[in-house]
Design a protein around this ligand. Structure first.
Ligand SMILES: [Fe+2]
Ligand SMILES: [Fe+2]
Length: 586
């Protein structure tokens, strides 16, 4: 099927299709014009002016040849599918142009509902639209109508609708397709014996419909329903969506369909559509209790994405710097093969390009040319690509594990938040003094074994041990630590692993910022445990000044509250954790 030209639809008598297919984005959907004997059906006018103007021109030409009503069918009322409708209504003959949407969507459009249309999520304001044709409103969603339909196959609500003197017959039906699952459908005559069959397929939104013209099925945003940033949006319903997948599979198996057209992206054949739907069904099954995707969620996640991307860039720059150094040292030791292998471990050019792309996008957001939700999706793409580039296993044999695990945690945290979940929080009561001792021990201890280099049994073992040794950088060389532990048994509630990771990160930043002396003090105060870190040295600014929001969030995810302090003697901070009072341990 060719885009942007009219072509006859197979197995129909007189209906032709003009597919307007766009690259996938949030701003506008695909549009499809169906030219039939008694009606021009426009499925989704989309969200862009250019698109709308082109569609108006095509419809005008059709009207010149054969004047008849134009009906604008909305697969659902998300604004990317219809926001240009006012422009269209103003350009096409008013008495000949009608809007049709499923009843719930029609009501939302008429009262200018910013939630169901996702206008508020996409930062747009909308005007109400009159929707004279409320689709599927005669079909009962209840089991009683299903039972009647099942017992008596003649049951159907047959009627007709008059559009400016043109009469269209329609029939509404409820079809029992599986145990208790009812598919509501409506068939509307288009003239010349051709029809448009409409199915209620909610889930992505309560008003989502699919439309069939001959062997073509138009599925709106069904394929996008489980996507991050879409699943969980206002009106989304997981169970309805899973049921709709079963309904659409039934339609594919019980109607003569060849091609499925989506609200976004290219058309696909029936076999691919079925396979995709099966995958989406399993995807949706995992999406229990996801967060509601609101404008506030988008704003919060966008802010987090920007902080996270800065952290990722910083972490990967450190990792890349160490790899370059190891590779250079190995070359000077004439270990060229190993040096080349290390060069291939991380494609820093690709990474740089990804970060630059993201920063350019964030600058557009700050200039008001992008939306928070768009940045959230952009970060999702970048994180997905970084995740594929990072060769965790190979890298872990050259780098100290904490750096790599920090980078991987950042990637997985975003993937989880983007998906609509909160990152996992494994809570336990931890002996704070013992934990700090363990963290310091790990940070100050050399992670490599000189003896392993000397004892290596194979060339490969030797090169690995040598590379690991070269890659090690002792950030705390020459820094004096003092610890004041208060009493020995101070327990606090936290996610131990996350806390250790963030605590080590904080100490590394103090060391990197020029600290020569770091004092750590732990104190219990009623139900709170306070950890105070204070540093002295030649420090220009507070080591956490640029990253305060990110650090606060990281600590919050591990159960702590961060307060950054700038004191006369030097930079300091306090972390508060919920403690156990006096009763622990029994
Ligand atoms: Fe859409
Ligand atoms: Fe949508």
């Amino acid at each position: 099927m060719q885009p942007m030209v009219f072509q006859p639809i197979k197995d129909t008598r007189e209906t032709a299709i003009f597919p307007f297919i766009r690259k996938i984005d949030l701003m506008s959907s695909n549009s499809y014009i169906l030219s039939a004997q008694n009606q021009i059906a426009l499925i989704d006018p989309g969200g862009l002016e250019d698109q709308s103007d082109l569609l108006i021109r095509e419809i005008d030409l059709l009207q010149d040849e054969n004047p008849r009503p134009t009906v604008v069918y909305l697969t659902h009322v998300h604004i990317d599918h219809w926001i240009q409708i006012h422009r269209m209504m103003a350009s096409l003959p008013a008495k000949q142009t009608f809007v049709a949407a499923q009843k719930a969507g029609a009501l939302a459009l008429e009262c200018g509902d910013c939630n169901l249309t996702l206008a508020s999520l996409l930062g747009k304001s909308i005007k109400g639209v009159s929707v004279p044709i409320k689709l599927l409103s005669g079909a009962g969603p209840d089991h009683a109508s299903f039972d009647r339909a099942w017992e008596n196959r003649d049951f159907a609500d047959r009627s007709a609708i008059d559009l400016n003197g043109w009469n269209y017959e329609y029939a509404t039906d409820s079809i029992g397709i599986l145990d208790g699952l009812v598919l509501q459908s409506q068939t509307i005559s288009l003239g010349g014996g051709d029809t448009l069959e409409i199915f209620h397929t909610p889930g992505h939104s309560p008003d989502s419909i699919s439309l069939r013209a001959g062997p073509l099925l138009f599925l709106g945003d069904l394929f996008f329903a489980p996507n991050p940033g879409t699943a969980g949006a206002y009106g989304w319903n997981r169970q309805d969506f899973m049921n709709s997948i079963l309904k659409v599979i039934w339609v594919l198996e019980n109607r003569p369909i060849d091609i499925c057209f989506s609200g976004h992206g290219r058309a696909i054949d029936v076999q691919t559509a079925k396979k995709t739907l099966e995958v989406l069904y399993s995807d949706a099954a995992t999406l229990e209790n996801i967060e509601e995707i609101t404008p506030q969620w988008a704003k919060r996640t966008s802010a987090f994405a920007q902080d996270l991307m800065n952290e990722l860039e910083r972490t990967f720059t450190i990792i890349a710097g160490r790899l370059v150094y190891v590779s250079h040292m190995l070359s000077t030791l004439e270990e060229d093969a190993e040096a080349k292998e290390i060069d291939r471990l991380l494609d820093m050019q690709v990474m740089d390009d990804l970060f630059s792309e993201f920063h350019a996008f964030a600058a557009q957001l700050r200039a008001g040319r992008r939306l928070d939700i768009e940045l959230v999706h952009k970060a999702g793409q970048v994180v997905g690509k970084l995740d594929r580039i990072v060769q965790r296993e190979k890298l872990s044999s050259f780098l100290d594990k904490s750096l790599l695990s920090r980078a991987c945690r950042l990637l997985s945290d975003y993937a989880i938040i983007y998906r609509g979940y909160r990152p996992p929080y494994y809570v336990s009561y931890v002996n704070v003094n013992r934990l700090i001792r363990d963290i310091l021990e790990q940070l100050l201890e050399k992670p490599y074994d000189e003896q392993a280099i000397l004892d290596a049994e194979s060339d490969e073992d030797y090169r690995r041990a040598l590379s690991y040794r070269i890659a090690y950088v002792n950030l705390f060389d020459g820094i004096h630590f003092t610890c004041e532990s208060g009493s020995d048994d101070i327990f606090a509630r936290m996610d131990r692993e996350r806390f250790s990771d963030t605590f080590a990160d904080i100490l590394e930043r103090f060391a990197g910022g020029g600290a020569k002396e770091i004092k750590i003090a732990v104190a219990r105060n009623d139900a709170w445990v306070t950890i105070r870190i204070a540093a002295k040295g030649e420090m220009q600014s507070h080591p956490l000044a640029q990253t305060a929001r990110f650090m606060e969030r990281s600590l919050a995810l591990s159960g702590g509250l961060l307060e950054i302090l700038c004191e006369e003697e030097g930079p300091a901070l306090e972390i508060e954790l919920s403690g156990l009072g006096e009763e622990w341990p029994s």
